[in-house]
Design a protein around this ligand. Sequence first.
Ligand SMILES: Cc1cc2nc3c(=O)[nH]c(=O)nc-3n(C[C@H](O)[C@H](O)[C@H](O)COP(=O)(O)OP(=O)(O)OC[C@H]3O[C@@H](n4cnc5c(N)ncnc54)[C@H](O)[C@@H]3O)c2cc1C
Ligand code: FES
Length: 259
Amino acid sequence: MRKSVQNMKVVANLRLNDDHYLLQLNAPDQLENIYPGQFANIQVDQSQSVFLRRPFSIHTIDYQKNTISILIKEIGEGTRTLSHTPIDSYLSVIFPLGNGFTLPASKENVLLVGGGCGVAPLLHLAQVLNRDLNDVNILLGGRSEIDLVELDQYAKYGKIYTTTEDGSYGEKGFVTDHSIFSIELDQFTRIYCCGPEPMMKAVATKAKTKSVFCEVSLENTMACGFGVCLCCVTETIQGHKCVCTDGPVFNINQLKWQI
Ligand SMILES: Cc1cc2nc3c(=O)[nH]c(=O)nc-3n(C[C@H](O)[C@H](O)[C@H](O)COP(=O)(O)OP(=O)(O)OC[C@H]3O[C@@H](n4cnc5c(N)ncnc54)[C@H](O)[C@@H]3O)c2cc1C
Ligand code: FES
């Protein structure tokens, strides 16, 4: 689908826990072919102090109802304002932006790893990988049980593994402490990862050790979202690249990360 600016109607706003909200947005124009990992840049109209749009992964798409959903974790004024958007109001949304994850050409055994609000792009990805008959394994981590949102939704598309830092659910520790990394990693032909940068670097290190294909979705701070302001650049082996247009998904071998 070509990117466009659309005034999308908020048709549902569900509070999932203390700081996570799920917004469902209805598009006036017919949705088509949005790839897992692409994102939307949303204007925060109701705030006096937030002038720049805020980027969010496209969490799910319903082509029949012509809606997308956005999973929002409140961390500042923009996310707080957007997460309290009333039903029936409209948001200005530029989407779909960026490049999505590279999908396998034939059936593979894949591992999706998500932490924090980085789990957001992985639901659409899991759905598409499952549709294409891949063996989908999904490892989700949080600080505590309450941070693990929508496990039932992810479970529709793959086998779920979990970690919590306080041990309240799943294995105790960070996602990279999960036993899957010590005993099963060789079984996977691809790892897809999104979350806080230290987490993605730790996953990338494990993937590199076992030479497993690995893509990460970066969440650099953005402004325009389409390659004009250059505020989102990351260093790659081919020089500086815009995360918004060249990413947000990158193969770990492209990135100049100290890992
Ligand atoms: C491609 C992409 C996809 C994203 N997808 C999602 C998503 O699906 N759900 C979601 O909840 N969030 C997502 N984010 C992050 C989200 O855009 C930020 O949380 C949001 O812009 C913060 O706005 P704010 O006004 O609430 O916070 P601000 O007031 O702007 O910032 C609050 C604090 O958070 C820090 N901060 C702001 N943005 C980031 C960031 N990107 N990384 C690390 N620290 C940051 C600031 O430095 C500041 O300390 C995504 C970001 C990108 C680039
Ligand atoms: S956000 Fe403006 S160039 Fe990437």
